[in-house]
Design a protein around this ligand. Sequence first.
Ligand code: NAP
Length: 288
Amino acid sequence: MKAILLGASGQLGKEWQRIIDKDYSDEIELLSYTSSELDITHYQEVSDEFREQKPGVVINCAAFTDVDGSEDHKKRARKVNMEAPLYLAELSQQLEFKLVHYSTDYVFPGTKLNKKEFPEGYPEDHPADPVNWYGKTKWEGEQAIRQTAENHLIIRVSWLCGQYGSNFVKTMLRLGKEREELQVVDDQWGSPTFAENVVENCLNLLGKDIIGTYHITSKGLISWYDLAKAIFELSNTNVSLEAVDSDAFPTRAERPYFSKLSTHKIEAVEGSRIIPWREGLQRLLGQL
Ligand SMILES: NC(=O)c1ccc[n+]([C@@H]2O[C@H](COP(=O)([O-])OP(=O)(O)OC[C@H]3O[C@@H](n4cnc5c(N)ncnc54)[C@H](OP(=O)(O)O)[C@@H]3O)[C@@H](O)[C@H]2O)c1
């Protein structure tokens, strides 16, 4: 199978390349494009490349992921997160490739009531109601794909962490070396998603030719404070941690209070593997 990977220099894009290179290079011919090699908003170039390469699958890891920056660059965020995915979906229909696209827990409103109603997380079909511009553009991108491309897989992930790029786990490890005391927010609830586990589960879905919308994250419901505490415990880092409210760190974009994604749907797929968050964290710390 020939696959095109977009956004290849991001944390998920790099994980895709690592896993395909390591374990799947016989089965999958992966053509990877960073933003400078193929900008997904340059439609003519995208179309020309796809027509020449004739991929069976396009994996879109490209996104405008700066949640706070999205509030200041609204047009650009919408272009990358909604308009370009719509174009990819149109090409998917015309050229008959499967479009794999990633979205976010931030499509959901994340209220305190929802936390009580869905202790195991939002189901895939719960109505979206994003609280920030990034979440809004990601939701619009999802909708554009659903309405345009029959052969699509939309995967929502939350609190993504992996070996590459920047993420909460790597930031905490760095701060743990620099400081003796740290404050971490204890009023945002969800679960980390490990990039390696995303790729493994996506490969399973691709192998079964499954389409639709799926959540992939780890098992458990925790706060950022809980995650930081475990990072320092498991890495034997001695830091005095203080749990604080989000008000202690005002941000440009509002964050949902609760954004846990339910994984019941994907767990029903044979061969899927959803891991407890501590297991994923332990494995990632071993890789870093
Ligand atoms: N990170 C999280 O916590 C999180 C949470 C939920 C969902 N997600 C979703 O998961 C997916 C992967 O996220 P990630 O953490 O891997 O993101 P990331 O590390 O920020 O990577 C995004 C990549 O997209 C590329 N990109 C941006 N604009 C582009 C364009 N116009 N054309 C081509 N490439 C472009 C970036 O390239 P440059 O660096 O060169 O700009 C970057 O390599 C995204 O859909 C994101 O919305 C992430």
